[in-house]
Design a protein around this ligand. Structure first.
Ligand code: ADP
Length: 611
């Protein structure tokens, strides 16, 4: 039947050029066959390919399957079945590369070096898959890239965020029109070797859908027992992935499918302190941005105080990504100035700078008296380097986005600062309470989860049962706090969903402040779960929370006693600047949260003696 189609086609369209075309294609197919035979693919793959090429030879080109089969065969030839780069692994050199590329992150670097050292000693290590977990912009991807660099391997990043179809990982069967191999095989084709470093980015953002569970497909990819014969649906033959080095990154372990998490060794990458950020900016980010914008240190100068200003007033993050962007914005503004300066050199009569551009004008104003800039024919115009100070910062980046508003907001009773953990790092969180005449109702706002709502109820119950002890009264002087009184608790920012038990102590403190009319100290932040009996239970994410409090300029931090061990992870200079209160029960929390304490006994004794 196939043979019959060919002459037909010739008769119907019968031109010479078409004949030639067909001849050419035939040659291509022969070439392809030759390539297949000389390629180093596995025996199984070779068998399949030869069968396909046989079919291809008999197939008319007009059939859609022709192109499909050809694409398939071309991919098979291109895949790096046996091609690999040679590992050059020398631990000392690896340490230098890691240290040169990254400031701080000692724990992570230590673990990575251990991992590499074991690889050096035992070649085909079926070791754990490292998974870096931390907020965005703390250098997870960049460490992955450094690992590839130290090993001399190719690097390929596979973004898994939002992937909800297992064929994204494992490919589509070739029966579909437009079918493609999955991202793993595609990645191998891109890098052209079979032992690259694959960075599986954002494994915590995998989703499930009707098209199957991509996490299950990843399991097969990551399992050293299975992945030597990984079968992509498109290829339909096994490909050996055992030489690939997989590294995963995530913002949180909470949403990584448990089976997948089980295969990986989680390494926490916490956020940076202000001092670390300054160092990172000056050692890495600024030189990188200067190079990107074609500037030199002779043209722009960013002092450390300015960097600190950007960190505290223009960014609020655990990593350094926003900082990097702000530095980029500064470089762009300066680039305009520098380019303009060069232009002016060519045309001595200075072009007027438009009113709308006064920001860029300002940048130079700080460093350059007008008179000097008029002598324009020097290689480096005299206003260089352009100094970026606070005025320049304001002109380029606009008014500061974050102010130290903490103390302002604590100027009334009924406000306390809690510490929250989010996948983006730690954050400070205000809790506000107010009371009004009513029927003893509690209103909670700020998109709270069930656990947080329960914490609020717990807090109120505990305060009600201890009202007498602490001399807390409602507006009409009764110890029954909810008598004729409604309470409203709000957790800004109202649009962000919040949940978790660790706000318990903050809610108690906030309400204690409301009912006692006393102000909570403005430099205190706290975290801890509470029980109905007034005990304070340990919570997670202490390191990120402490760093957030430090960023916000708070001084005293109340944490559960049983979290004491977590303080060891915090850098010594941060610890020195903060004072920690380890609280085992709510009495201790309240004592530490109010200036002069929230003493029970003293007041009671005083009261008793009066009576
Ligand atoms: P992540 O993958 O954690 O979201 P990236 O690896 O993309 O973050 O890092 C963002 C940027 O910050 C990169 O340009 C990286 O080089 C830089 N960076 C982060 N941490 C450090 C560090 N400790 N030292 C030097 N540069 C860093």
């Amino acid at each position: 039947q196939v043979v019959a189609i060919r002459p037909n086609r010739r008769i119907s369209h019968g031109s010479i050029t078409e004949d030639e075309e067909e001849e050419e294609d035939h040659d291509d197919v022969v070439m392809l066959e030759k390539k297949i035979r000389t390629s180093s693919m596995s025996e199984q793959a070779l068998k399949v390919c030869l069968k396909e090429i046989k079919r291809l030879k008999k197939m008319p080109q007009s059939m859609p399957e022709y192109a499909l089969t050809r694409n398939y065969l071309e991919l098979m030839v291109e895949l790096p079945w046996n091609k690999s780069t040679k590992d050059r692994l020398e631990i000392r050199a690896a340490r230098i590369v890691l240290d040169n590329d990254h400031y701080a992150m000692e724990k992570l670097k230590k673990r990575v070096l251990e991992y590499l050292a074991v690889r050096q000693l035992k070649n085909n290590l079926k070791g754990p898959i490292l998974c870096f977990v931390g907020p965005p912009g703390v250098g997870k991807t960049s460490v992955g890239r450094s690992i590839a660099k130290t090993l001399g391997r190719e690097f390929h990043r596979i973004a898994l965020g939002g992937v909800c179809d297992q064929s994204d990982i494992r490919g589509h069967r070739r029966t579909y029109v437009g079918s493609m191999p999955g991202r793993i095989i595609n990645g191998l084709k891109t890098v052209g070797v079979n032992n690259p470093v694959f960075l599986l980015d954002e494994v915590d953002k995998l989703a499930k859908s009707l098209q199957g569970d991509p996490a299950a497909a990843l399991l097969e990819v990551l399992d050293p027992e299975q992945n030597h014969s990984f079968t992509d649906h498109y290829l339909n033959v096994a490909f050996d992935l055992s030489q690939v080095l997989f590294i995963a990154t995530a913002n949180t372990t909470a949403t990584i499918p448990p089976a997948l998490l089980d295969r990986m060794e989680v390494i926490q990458v916490p956020g940076y302190t202000q001092e670390e950020k300054i160092e990172i900016a000056h050692r890495h980010l600024i030189p990188k941005q200067l190079e990107l914008h074609g500037l030199t240190p002779q043209q722009i100068q960013i002092p450390q105080v300015t960097t600190l200003g950007i960190i505290t007033r223009y960014t609020r993050e655990a990593g350094v990504r926003a900082l990097d962007r702000k530095l980029g914005a500064i470089c762009r503004a300066v680039a305009v100035k520098v380019a303009e300066g060069q232009h002016k050199e060519a045309k001595p009569d200075r072009a007027e700078v438009g009113e709308g551009e006064d920001c860029k004008e300002h940048v130079t104003e700080d460093a350059k008296p007008e008179s000097i800039s008029d002598t324009a024919d020097l290689a480096l115009p005299p206003e260089m380097p352009i100094l970026i100070d606070f005025h320049a910062l304001k002109d380029i980046l606009g008014p500061p986005m974050y102010d130290m508003e903490v103390s302002e907001r604590l100027s009334q009773p009924g406000v306390a600062i809690g510490l929250a953990w989010t996948p983006l790092g730690g954050e400070i969180m205000f809790v506000e309470a107010s009371r009004m005449d009513g029927e003893g109702q509690l209103t909670l706002t700020g998109q709270l989860g069930d656990v947080m709502k329960e914490s609020a109820h717990l807090a109120i119950s505990w305060l009600r049962s201890n009202a007498k002890r602490y001399q807390l009264t409602n507006a009409s002087g009764s110890f029954d706090l909810l008598d004729n009184t409604d309470i409203h608790l709000h957790f800004p920012a109202g649009a962000v969903t919040k949940d978790g038990p660790s706000a318990g102590v903050t809610i108690v403190t906030c309400l204690a402040s409301l009912f006692s009319g006393r102000l909570v100290c403005s430099d205190v932040a706290m975290t801890g779960e509470i029980t109905l009996r007034g005990l304070v239970l340990p919570v997670g994410g202490i390191k990120d929370k402490v760093l957030a409090a430090h960023r916000a300029g708070l001084k005293r931090i109340i944490i559960p006693q049983r979290n004491e061990k977590d303080l060891e992870e915090i850098a010594a200079h941060v610890r020195q600047e903060l004072s920690f209160v380890l609280a085992g029960c709510l009495d201790e929390v309240l004592n530490a949260a109010f200036d002069g304490g929230f003493a029970v006994k003293a007041r009671l004794e005083h009261l008793n003696s009066k009576l």
